[in-house]
Design a protein around this ligand. Structure first.
Ligand code: 13P
Length: 287
């Protein structure tokens, strides 16, 4: 069932668990995540970056694929189709293409501009029953081989953006996308607690879910994080399983070259890591 992410995240805050956002790249990724959610009776958010949207032939293609898959696979758990780190134009395109949720990443704009653009998008989204995420404090990560450390969001800026009516808020607390460097200092729980005090029950989003230790994930959830984004870890699992298949020479045996066989181990690996994350986040049987 395709729904906005608003209700599922409100329930997550109340129940002290988090819903995973897993980024999709193709049909196999989408099918693996949807099936895992259904098998575990868990709500789920499918994340689509602008780059992945382009790769999959545009947001309309993605939206049509996800909707058809929900129907054909009899997916009855709540599923949100969400634009990840959207530009203003990207949000508009996804709204038109039938996404049920968008993220407007205005974190690089001066606060006044971020506010103006966010307000405009909040109004459009809410008139159509679409949920909207905003970001305060840029989430760092690897860009051109340089690993930037994550910013710590200013709690007052979080409150300002929260008051614009967004449905959930990504706040930087030292988290970054991709693998964490050896010398990573960990999440800043004092900052998280200060943000939570000001924004109350608004669901918080933790980006850069890959590689955050389980105890930190649990503590973040206890402090109001209700949505956790995971991308790189699914890619690493897919890659490792595919590499193993080829290194074992299985692609050379019989019809091992058939893409349905070649991609099967990676598909199963995605299902395994998504289930593991759903267990850690506490979203199993919360559909
Ligand atoms: P990772 O790739 O580090 O898991 O981060 C995913 C993410 O935050 C997508 O917005």
């Amino acid at each position: 069932m395709l729904v906005s992410a608003t209700e599922m995240l409100k329930k997550a805050v109340a129940g002290k668990y988090a819903v995973g956002q897993f980024n999709i790249n193709n049909l196999e990724w989408t099918k693996a995540i949807l099936q895992t959610a259904q098998e575990n009776n868990s709500p789920v958010i499918l994340g689509v970056s602008e780059g992945a949207g382009k790769y999959m032939c545009g947001f309309k293609t993605v939206s049509a694929m996800v909707k058809a898959m929900i129907e054909e696979l009899n997916i009855t758990v709540p599923v949100a189709l969400h634009l990840d780190h959207g530009t203003y134009d990207g949000c508009m395109k996804c709204i038109e293409a039938g996404f049920s949720s968008v993220m407007f990443d205005g974190s690089h704009f001066p606060i006044e501009e971020n506010k103006a653009k966010t307000t405009e998008l909040v109004n459009i989204c809410h008139s159509k029953g679409i949920s909207i995420e905003a970001e305060v404090g840029a989430i760092g990560g690897e860009e051109d081989g340089v690993i930037g450390s994550g910013e710590i969001a200013d709690p007052n800026e979080c409150k300002t953006i929260a008051d614009l009516g967004v449905d959930f808020l990504a706040a930087g607390i030292g988290n970054i996308h991709g693998k964490y460097p050896e010398n990573w200092k960990g999440l800043d729980f004092d900052a998280l607690a200060a943000i939570k005090t000001l924004i109350g029950d608004l669901p918080l989003v933790l980006h850069g879910g890959t590689g955050i230790p389980a105890d930190m994930i649990k503590k973040a959830i206890s402090l109001g994080v209700a949505k956790i984004n995971v991308n790189t870890e699914c890619q690493l699992y897919f890659q490792a399983a595919t590499r193993k298949y080829i290194e074992e020479g299985k692609d050379l045996q019989g019809k091992g070259f058939d893409p349905r066989k070649l991609l099967a181990p990676g598909f199963e690996a995605i299902k395994e890591i998504v289930k593991e994350k759903m267990e850690l986040f506490g979203s199993i049987n919360k559909a």
